[in-house]
Every structure is written in C-alpha cells, then in structure tokens.
Design a binder for this molecule. Structure first.
Ligand code: ZN
Length: 207
C-alpha cells in the first residue's frame, strides 16, 4: 500500500470515528442538562407550558428533540418528568389530550397521550417515541394545541399508525424497544405530539 493510500485510510477511519462520536452524542446524550434538571426538579407538580406567543418559546418549540439515553430510562428523573407532564396536561387550566417534551421546555423525545382506545381512557407516557408506519388514507379533523392558544384548525391525519418506543427496565428485563399499532383519534393525538418532537406544529398544515 502506498503512503498516500495509507494516509487516506487513516483519514477515513478518523473521519468515521468523529462522525460516529458526534452522531452518538447528538441523539443519545447520557446526562440531563442543567436546564432540564432545574425544570424537572423545580418545586410544584405543574410545568410551565411554552407558547408561540413568546418569541423565545416559539424558537424552542421548533428545535428537533434528542433521544433519552438508555441509562436514563429507569431513572427517578424520567419518572418525575413523566408525572409532571401528566399533571400538567390534565390540570384544569390546560385540559389537553396530549403533551410533548418541548412544550414543557424539555427537548427530548417524550410524549404523554390520552389513550381513548383503552378502557378508562388513561394518560400514558412514551419515551423515545417514533411513528414507524402510517397506513391508509388521511382524514381531516379539528385540532388545537396547548402551545398555540386561541386557535383551532382542520388537519389531515392517518387513521392507522405504528409507533415504536422504549420500555424502562423491569425486573430482569433490560431496557428495550417495543412497537404498537394505534388507530382512530388516539392515532391522531400521537401524530400531533410526535410532530412536536420534530419541531412541527399543527398550524404548519393550515393554509
Ligand atoms: Zn400541540
């Protein structure tokens, strides 16, 4: 092998290593940031909901979210964040059917959704959620958003989707991903909330 080839090979290996390190740190940050911890650990059970009326909030709501690191999935911090998101979305002043991390100042892939397709219509929390399949035709339906006060609009959404999300460790089972098929209005809520994780608001679909 010539010196040049050898150098090129080293350079390519180095570039790949750097790219891998950057990619890993970008989507799989192990630690909560200082800002995230101060929001999650603040006193009181409710979180402030960011709205588009506030220019800083508006920019934050447009940021694509990062994954939650596997090490954080069974943590008390994540449990506390989930509990506070649930308390916030169900509070009388919000009274929503779903809420996403960035709406409470946490730029992470996490949503809380009311499962109208389950008995008792419980609210549930989904870390590292993604929609991995959208099936059938879209149907327009009315939507609003806690972060866009005083507006409503018709948005076309798929009626059948498949979601993937992380399960925290339980007993002898380690952290693992699972998938689930969702249909009807609950699928609409998941699409609205997952859009938030990509910095998309429902108003983007309106004329
Ligand atoms: Zn929303």
């Amino acid at each position: 092998m010539s010196n040049f080839d050898c150098l090129m090979k080293k350079y390519i290996h180095f570039s790949l290593a750097v790219m891998l390190a950057v990619a890993t740190s970008a989507c799989n940050r192990a630690d909560w940031s200082k800002e995230e911890l101060s929001i999650i650990n603040a006193s009181g059970e409710l979180l402030r909901v960011l709205t588009v009326d506030n220019p800083e909030d508006s920019l934050f709501l447009r940021r694509p979210c990062e994954e939650i690191a596997p090490a954080a999935l069974g943590s008390q911090t994540l449990k506390k964040l989930g509990d506070k998101m649930l308390a916030t979305v169900t509070s009388p002043e919000q009274d929503g059917v779903g809420i996403a991390g960035p709406q409470v100042g946490i730029s992470r892939r996490i949503v809380a959704v009311q499962r109208f397709d389950k008995q008792g219509e419980p609210f549930e929390v989904y870390p590292n959620i993604r929609i991995i399949a959208r099936n059938g035709e879209t149907v327009p339906g009315p939507e609003g958003c806690l972060s866009v006060p005083g507006r409503r609009g018709e948005v076309p959404r798929y009626q059948q989707i498949t979601i993937s999300y992380s399960l925290p460790p339980s007993g002898k089972l380690p952290v693992r991903d699972t998938t689930e098929n969702i249909s009807g209005f609950t699928a609409v809520i998941f699409q609205h909330e997952c859009d938030h994780l990509d910095g998309v608001l429902y108003t983007d679909y309106l004329d």
